[in-house]
Design a protein. Structure first.
Length: 272
């Protein structure tokens, strides 16, 4: 029991409870708004309910962040070189996570199958971009990096432990509490890695805006790959067929990613 208590204290158990609070608050708002829309409006307008729910959730998170933000020092200087490096890192990041997303295809030696989503109405695509690519990243970054990670950093724990723990909590919210059986190891792994990168960005800069930029661009690229240019993406991967060229690209991307990360830390620290 003492060991359990010591471990929970070491990992700031309150932060874990904050994450549970976030999950309950976020899902309660979303389901309440969707239920409201399904009761008063036709089913074809339900996509608007998702946007309304996220907007309300964002308002709550901003209020919490504003209240919390009063007690921390602000680092608001934006270095545009860092923004450029973030964009380059993101492009490489999308390459590096490909083996994770396609791990079972690689193991089984199969080819990817493209999904034709050209018949989806433009209004639904725009709604998806606003909700998945813009509102959700802002909400998640304000809460997980701007509040939780900042609190963990102020606890004077080892930075590497803080980053791993906050990334684990970030991956945790990608589990559907109503359907545990649908847990995707690939999705959780990618979420954890994304959490590690954004945590690194925040630790290096203490500036939430960089994290938001990276997260928004990541989700926009994911939308483009899987909803707009899926056919082209699948064609390229099948052409490479996970052979030596594919793994050479992954290896070179890994080295380039590490170089950009090093460069990112130098920019704005008086060494660039």
């Amino acid at each position: 029991m003492n060991l359990l208590y010591s471990t929970l204290k070491q990992l700031e158990f309150k932060v874990f409870l904050y994450t549970i609070f976030y999950i309950l608050l976020f899902n309660s708002i979303q389901y309440a708004v969707l239920h409201f829309f399904s009761t008063l409006f036709d089913a074809k307008y339900l996509y608007l309910g998702n946007l309304v729910g996220l907007t309300i959730a964002l308002a709550f998170i901003i209020l919490i962040y504003k209240r919390f933000n009063r007690s921390i020092e602000k680092y608001d200087t934006i270095y545009y070189k860092r923004v450029i490096i973030i964009i380059l890192c993101l492009l490489i990041f999308k390459i590096l996570i490909d083996p994770i997303l396609n791990v079972f295809t690689i193991i089984d030696g199969d080819t990817l199958t493209s999904v034709d989503k050209s018949d989806i109405p433009i209004k639904y695509k725009l709604s998806y971009i606003l909700s998945f690519s813009i509102l959700t990243p802002i909400i998640e970054e304000l809460f997980f990096r701007g509040i939780l990670l900042e609190k963990l950093l102020s606890s004077k724990k080892k930075t590497v432990v803080v980053v791993i723990y906050s990334s684990f909590l970030f991956a945790l919210i990608h589990v559907n509490p109503l359907d545990i059986s649908s847990i995707s190891i690939e999705t959780l792994t990618v979420a954890f890695v994304l959490g590690m990168i954004t945590a690194f960005i925040y630790v290096s800069t203490r500036n939430i805006y960089y994290c938001i930029v990276f997260h928004i661009l990541n989700n926009i690229f994911s939308f483009l790959i899987f909803h707009v240019y899926n056919f082209e993406y699948v064609a390229i991967i099948n052409y490479l067929s996970f052979d030596y060229r594919y793994w050479l690209i992954i290896t070179l991307s890994c080295f380039l990613f590490l170089l950009l990360i090093k460069k990112f830390k130098l920019v704005g620290n008086g060494t660039d």
